[in-house]
Design a protein around this ligand. Structure first.
Ligand SMILES: *[C@@H]1O[C@H](CO)[C@@H](O)[C@H](O)[C@H]1NC(C)=O
Ligand SMILES: *[C@@H]1O[C@H](CO)[C@@H](O)[C@H](O)[C@H]1NC(C)=O
Ligand SMILES: [Ca+2]
Ligand SMILES: [Ca+2]
Length: 305
């Protein structure tokens, strides 16, 4: 089955559609008009959440620094000046800032917003369905802090495996797998073009998109390089398992070949995907791939304002 079709089906319809009757959709009718605003929007939201998570550790350090800075300020400045101690506090996933006296503290989020849509439900590494990613992070926080709401001590290490309720994984047929790199390339380019049209790429990637539009050879290569750079959140020039989360977690429920595909990209099994490996699994010519990442937008982690 087709990635795009599955994406569309997943996002436009309800979860039942995933079942067996996808072939009845006409892919060509759907792709041009409807791809891919909601899909990309969803992915971007997930990605945003993920980069927040990446910053969790720095943020904890930052929070400490912030608390210290506030203490100092209170001594130096006129104590009448009111500052909200939470204003510059960034708490990790599943946590929110609360003021205790003059002290800002990250606590487990008291309540998560309801997510009635099944596609917002999540399946954890323990193969349990939770109602939202927030609920999982909250649970992890509760267990990590030995709070009463912790349902199982093991949940202090729980993480999200994929979005959507837990389900038996359909196997990716050899035939589907063979066609998958082409579909993935197509999809990456469509996403890149879509972001360009909405002026949501950096100048650097806009240029690469423009190039992709004018030269067919560059089309797949530039889209592949862009996505690889985008996934490499810590800019160490390799994509770790953790960094695959934004592309893997939302798509596993929609596309049975994504997990085996990403698995296959790490050809030397060192848990990191280099640009050469990424290009090879997308069936691109190595000589067309230039490591042209735009690190500018990454160089200022959102520590403190
Ligand atoms: C996970 O749970 C689903 C639904 O409850 C089940 O169908 C599936 O077989 C389970 N997967 C594993 C790996 O246990
Ligand atoms: C298209 O890009 C390829 C790879 O960079 C290059 O070799 C080729 O000359 C370009 N073709 C045109 C018409 O610019
Ligand atoms: Ca990396
Ligand atoms: Ca590797």
């Amino acid at each position: 089955m087709k990635l795009l079709l599955l994406l569309l089906a997943g996002l436009l319809c309800t979860m039942q559609v995933f079942a067996d009757d996808l072939d009845e959709f006409n892919l060509d009718d759907l792709i041009e008009e409807d791809f891919d605003e909601s899909a990309e929007e969803l992915l971007r939201q997930f990605e945003q959440k993920n980069s927040n998570k990446d910053l969790e550790r720095e943020n904890e350090i930052a929070a400490q620094l912030a608390a210290e800075a506030i203490d100092q300020q209170n001594h130096i400045l006129n104590p009448v000046v009111e500052i909200d101690p939470c204003e510059k506090m960034h708490c990790g996933a599943g946590r929110v800032c609360q003021v205790h006296g003059t002290e800002a503290k990250c606590v487990c989020i008291p309540e998560c917003p309801e997510e009635p849509e099944a596609r917002r439900h999540v399946c954890t590494n323990r193969n349990e369905t939770w109602l939202s990613d927030c609920a999982v992070y909250r649970q992890r926080c509760l267990c990590a802090t030995n709070a009463p709401g912790c349902l199982n001590p093991e949940n202090s290490h729980v993480h999200i495996d994929y979005y959507g309720p837990c389900h038996e994984h359909k196997t990716c047929s050899e035939e589907d797998m063979k066609d998958f790199p082409r579909r993935m390339r197509d999809w990456l380019f469509n996403v890149m073009r879509d972001l360009a049209e909405r002026d949501e790429l950096t100048e650097h990637y806009m240029q690469m998109e423009l190039e992709a539009e004018t030269n067919m050879t560059r089309r797949w290569a530039n889209a592949a390089v862009w996505k690889w750079c985008d996934l490499d959140g810590d800019t160490d020039r390799s994509v770790s398992r953790h960094e695959l989360f934004p592309i893997r977690a939302p798509l596993v429920s929609l596309e049975q070949c994504i997990a085996p595909f990403l698995e296959s990209c790490d050809s030397n099994k060192d848990h990191r995907i280099t640009l050469i490996e990424w290009g090879a699994c997308l069936e691109l010519d190595e000589t067309d791939l230039n490591e042209r990442c735009d690190d500018i937008h990454r160089s200022t982690p959102q520590l403190l304002g």
